[in-house]
Ligand binder design. Structure first.
Ligand code: ADP
Ligand code: AMP
Length: 214
């Protein structure tokens, strides 16, 4: 089961990817999480990625592609994986298709979580993230049981630096210019499956499970 999650920043890719990963016991690979973990550990990659992330720009392909190919070569990916936030450009998708082809593999399903731009700023301004375990909440739609505290590990929740409204607008522009063309790319590959991401989180998940079980 090799799944790619497509959709604008804030569409709910990570939220759904977490649940799919749990249900099917496959790893959830988020390039954004990998960059944030590197930043926290103070690695060279983290320092390089930060400048792009803070500006709402994409980290260059040469810092991103090999990292994903190395990750999917690890043992825990042998039964499949769910990619969240990668690929994000046509060159990344082409690189990844070729890297998979070398292993005699291909993506089984690209789930496009559709949410209009007008909902995105609202979703991202209310997003809160756990800096320790990566869990994601929304102050109105998906609140933690105790305000400001992660349900899973008890850490204090934070607001991501790149969720400020000006950065969100940049990220949306970058999405439309560079990532949205992937919808056509995966349609041509015959694996695109759109879902209505404006529904309640549980309903979106039900729709995705139906697609995967088909
Ligand atoms: P992405 O990974 O696509 O950037 P997230 O999964 O982090 O998006 O979701 C963005 C924000 O929207 C988070 O605050 C999350 O809790 C919230 N969210 C996710 N799915 C839904 C939904 N179906 N309805 C309302 N809010 C949602
Ligand atoms: P995300 O957590 O998916 O919202 O990603 C946060 C930020 O990390 C993005 O705005 C980019 O700066 C960077 N990033 C994540 N994935 C990629 C990718 N595949 N290519 C380039 N940059 C990425």
């Amino acid at each position: 089961m090799k799944i790619v999650m497509l959709g604008a920043p804030g569409a709910g890719k990570g939220t759904q990817a977490d649940r799919i990963a749990e249900k099917y016991a496959i790893p959830h690979i988020s390039t954004g999480d990998i960059f944030r973990a590197n930043l926290k550990q103070g690695t060279e990659l983290g320092k390089k990625a930060k400048t792009y992330m803070d500006a709402g720009q994409l980290v260059p392909d040469e810092l991103t592609c090999d990292l994903v190919v190395d990750r999917i070569a690890q043992d825990d990916c042998s039964r499949g994986y769910i990619l969240d936030g990668f690929p994000r450009t046509i060159p990344q998708a082409e690189f990844f298709t070729a890297a998979l082809a070398e292993r005699g593999e291909k993506i089984d399903c690209a789930i496009d979580v559709e949410v209009p731009d007008e909902n995105i700023v609202n979703r991202m301004s209310g997003r809160r993230a756990c800096p320790d375990c990566g869990a994601t909440y929304h102050i109105v739609y998906i609140p933690p049981k105790k305000e400001g505290i992660c349900d899973h590990c008890g850490a204090a929740l934070i607001r991501r630096a790149d969720d400020e409204p000006e950065t969100v607008l940049n990220r949306l522009k970058v999405y439309h210019d560079q990532t949205q063309p992937l919808i056509d790319y995966y349609k041509k590959e015959g694996v695109l499956r759109p879902v209505d991401g404006t529904k309640d989180m549980d309903d979106v998940f039900t729709d995705i499970v139906k697609i995967l079980e088909d």
